[in-house]
Design a protein around this ligand. Sequence first.
Ligand code: ADP
Ligand code: ADP
Length: 240
Amino acid sequence: AKLIQLYNVQVHYKESERPALSEINLSFQQGEFVCILGQSGAGKSTLLRTINGLQLPSNGEVFWHDTSLHQKNEEQLRKVRREMGMIFQHFNLIPRLTVLQNVLTGLFGYRSSFKSLIGWFTKQELEEAANVIDAVGLTEQIYRRVEKLSGGQKQRVGIARSILQKPKLLLGDEPVSSLDPGTANQIFKLLWELHETHNLLTILNVHDVQLAKKYASRIIALKEGRVVFDGKPADFLEED
Ligand code: ADP
Ligand code: ADP
């Protein structure tokens, strides 16, 4: 099933001369594992923020299922975003909180933050959190403060937090760019396994062409805000 469609999307930031994205026509299906390649400034991050509705296009439209994000109000957009998990280059965790506490913040979309104390979560929520922590291989670290963890482990926390939301789509903005190559590979392996288990549409921005070629079912390359390649990894040449 098609989850997302972008029709003729253009994003033009006020301050800049040329658009950050031009004439983007893309659709994404459930179960795809997509890597977006492109140099710094190519528009990768803008594309992800356009997909999750944080950035409204200056032209064109983005459809989630069959409804244009344009037609949604702020409350409906928040609801859509809860169906989209997001992971980040710098993890965006709360360093002094434990693995469990950080993962539970994934539920804040549903509840107000003053209920963040462990006691406010239901038994079922705590069990689900423990399950996703197990799925990312951090059961032994569940009560450790995140600041004590390695980079790879921190990203595992970020992944567990996003998976707890039971997303239909997982977006990653350079999720392995601050990790060493071996750790980056392990994180991609984990993301690929989660995508397989949950038939989860996964869209990741990456710098590393080899990593994209190894794991992606589809590669999209951006250059100066335009799609210059969209196809199978085997057909992708680095010169693209
Ligand atoms: P990438 O993620 O591939 O590095 P970005 O989407 O971050 O690319 O940026 C694409 C272009 O848009 C760049 O020229 C960048 O400077 C510009 N840009 C990104 N975010 C903003 C913003 N909030 N305001 C103005 N220009 C921006
Ligand atoms: P991951 O466990 O997510 O693959 P790494 O590849 O960074 O993360 O770490 C490999 C192993 O080395 C892990 O089991 C981790 O416990 C340990 N490790 C690496 N760096 C640190 C660190 N700074 N503090 C504690 N343990 C670390």
